[in-house]
Design a protein around this ligand. Structure first.
Ligand SMILES: Nc1ncnc2c1ncn2[C@@H]1O[C@H](COP(=O)(O)OP(=O)(O)OP(=O)(O)O)[C@@H](O)[C@H]1O
Length: 449
């Protein structure tokens, strides 16, 4: 099956191995990172059954079938088989994607838990990046818990991988725990694992992420989103290194180095009673801020060049950028930081079939070239009254939060429609709603609830 332009752009934008599965439970597309990591020729994958990569083979109760029934995003660890027949463990995040025709597809992003995937290179020679690299190296030389604080897309995960790769644990796994998708029900079974029959749906036993990270690094991404009720359980396990799988009485042990990341100010959350102080002190032995891209604009040219080289390597086509295009990037504030720069460049390459990216191909969000029409004053006051958290956000975040609220009103609370009109996945929208604390009453369309 040929890739649509929409899917091609989506696949190009993923650094991790990524595949798309359609509602007929067949693999629709895979990206180059997946081909490279698992060694498959895409022609042998596209159009084949969804569980083609799973070491245990297709099962009736597979996660893909469950997803198309419930439309619930998931994060799970599975054994996959690569083209040489070797078993590889991967942490898989599945989430809905709506294509331009309104068809729901499943996107799966794979984090391979052992070896092979080379961590991305940290690019940038600004004074801020130089200092950051020094601090990360210093942190890597110790086994202390590091807390990385920075805006979305600023490179927190890359920094965590950098610490891991430069530490004595580099040959052991680097395991990512995405706290935004760990609901109260999922937390324990994902982190500690479960035994067969521990709860309805536990058809087999499962090793938890903590155990998979044994002797390696456990990266707790967006730790500020971890429900308060789960925080004591995490603290206990980290302090003692001991835990029990759900449904088991047997004590297990894991030796992990912890790196966490958040875009929030956890100290303020502690003051407001939203985050446990004891857990904060356990995680933030070495707190490290990651500067946003707009505070290190000197890195933009080198980053743009590096990202274009990566895109060229994936697409097999060379690209160059004009001075005007670069000037346009240098003037932009990048609320989405390096991830946004990468996405802007992907789009620019799609819009530049001759390989030369001019300033017209750099499509900045409408709100920056023409600031978004502010809501009428009474609506703004109303929004602030209903969502006081907006007043605590940065101006850029607050503008986005207001924009999302307006779209929610316009689409009568349909998250599916709002996500489609913003060209983002429902999962990304869900993360933004959570991040901005926009607790909308209408849950109709989130993940099929
Ligand atoms: N210094 C850098 N050099 C090259 N690429 C970078 C750099 N920093 C970040 N990136 C790239 O930018 C993208 C976003 O980075 P990353 O996922 O680490 O950000 P994040 O802060 O963890 O984001 P989020 O808060 O949304 O999880 C990734 O593709 C990453 O490889």
């Amino acid at each position: 099956m040929s890739r649509t332009p929409y899917l091609s752009t989506l696949l190009l934008a993923q650094r991790n191995p990524f595949l798309v599965i359609d509602a007929e439970m067949r693999i629709r597309s895979v990206n180059t990172a997946l081909e490279t990591a698992l060694g498959y020729d895409p022609n042998n994958l596209i159009g084949t059954p969804c569980c083609r990569l799973d070491a245990t083979g297709a099962e009736d109760g597979c996660r893909h079938r469950r997803f198309f029934r419930d439309l619930e995003p998931y994060i799970e660890t599975h054994a996959l088989v690569d083209a040489r027949g070797e078993i590889r463990f991967a942490q898989i995040q599945g989430f809905p994607i709506v294509d331009p025709q309104g068809q729901v597809l499943l996107g799966e992003s794979l984090h391979l838990l052992q070896g092979q995937r080379q961590p991305g290179q940290m690019v940038g020679r600004s004074q801020q990046m130089h200092t950051l690299a020094q601090e990360l190296r210093r942190a890597a030389a110790t086994d202390a818990a590091v807390l990385l604080q920075g805006e979305t897309g600023s490179g927190k995960e890359l920094a965590a991988e950098f610490i891991h790769q430069h530490s004595t644990r580099a040959k052991s796994p680097f395991v990512v725990v995405d706290c935004t998708v760990l609901s109260e029900e999922l937390f324990e079974s994902e982190l500690f694992g479960h035994v067969k029959g521990a709860f309805t749906g536990a058809v087999g036993s499962k090793t938890g992420l903590l155990e998979l990270a044994d002797t390696g690094t456990l990266f707790l991404d967006e730790i500020g989103e971890l429900p308060l009720s789960q925080q004591p359980k995490l603290l206990r396990a980290l302090e003692s290194g001991m835990f029990r799988q759900v449904g088991s009485t047997k004590i297990r042990q894991a030796n992990v180095r912890v790196v966490s990341a958040t875009h929030r100010d956890l100290r303020v959350m502690v003051e407001q009673g939203q985050f446990r102080q004891d857990l904060y002190y356990r995680l933030a032995v070495l707190p490290l801020p990651i500067p946003p891209l707009r505070e290190r604009r000197a890195d933009i040219p080198e980053l743009a060049e590096h990202l274009l080289r990566e895109i060229s390597a994936q697409s097999g086509r060379p690209y160059r950028m004009t001075k005007d295009a670069l000037r346009k990037l240098l003037l932009y504030s990048f609320p989405g930081n390096i991830r946004e720069l990468r996405n802007l460049l992907h789009l620019a390459t799609v819009l530049s079939p001759d390989g030369t990216i001019g300033d017209a191909a750099i499509r900045l969000p409408a709100s920056t070239s023409a600031p978004p029409t502010p809501p009428a004053t009474d609506t703004a006051a109303e929004l602030l009254h209903e969502h006081p958290s907006i007043s605590m956000l940065s101006p850029v975040e607050a503008a986005e939060a207001r924009y999302i609220l307006q779209l929610l009103q316009r689409h009568r609370g349909s998250r599916k429609e709002v996500a489609a009109s913003m060209s983002i996945s429902e999962r990304t929208l869900y993360r933004k709603l959570k991040r901005y604390q926009l607790n909308t009453s209408d849950e109709r369309t989130h993940s099929g609830s």
